[in-house]
Design a binder for this molecule. Sequence first.
Ligand code: 0O2
Length: 211
Amino acid sequence: VLDDQPQALLQDLGRELMVYKFAVEELLTKLRILSEEFDFAHQHDPIEHITSRVKQPKAIMQKLRRKGIEPSIEAVREEIEDVAGIRVVCPFVPDVYMVAGMLGRQDDVEIVKTKDYIDEPKPNGYRSLHLIVRIPVFLSDRVEKVKVEIQMRTIAMDFWAAVEHKLFYKYDGEAPADFGTELRAAAATAADLDTRMTALHRRSQMSSSAP
Ligand code: 0O2
């Protein structure tokens, strides 16, 4: 796929992706601090686990082509918002919004866009809170502002999304007709599970704070 890309662009992209990696590392540190410090202060860790990735050059070029955009570093910066991606999985729905709020209040974190698929799930049942944030990365000779996509979801939402993603790939978008209905029903079950687990968590918190 990349054979016909000018060598200079590929070199620039390699350098660019290094900067995206630094942005991810900065955000991972911020999230780990929030997780550990909140747990210390409130005996509850609002983050179950975190994963991250920087998109491969091949996938970036494919995405630009799919969007009909001429490949360039500027196009990557402006048109592709998920070059750098972080997924934060939380135990409960309120944790998702709390972590998003704590991150958004940090002086060097700018929230560029919020897509709340928890409040308004996608038609297929997908639920998650997506943030596009911009943070400064301090390099040897300049500061670069870098965009990172943060997907935040509960364990139940993550389970649903991981399985749906696998099925989608297996059938290459041509899944049997009843899969859509089944997946929407499974998403509703996952949402119900979130509600029940959150209620149990609240009760356990109240009983532990009772005199
Ligand atoms: P991958 O392989 O996970 O990176 P855009 O990213 O701008 O082209 P859009 O629709 O504006 O597309 O972005 P959106 O809705 O915020 O979703 C982007 C990412 O969210 C996807 O990235 C997925 O990771 C995840 N996502 C969105 N919808 C679904 C869904 O229905 N099921 C699952 N499992 N994940 C979803 P990519 O690049 O599509 O895929």
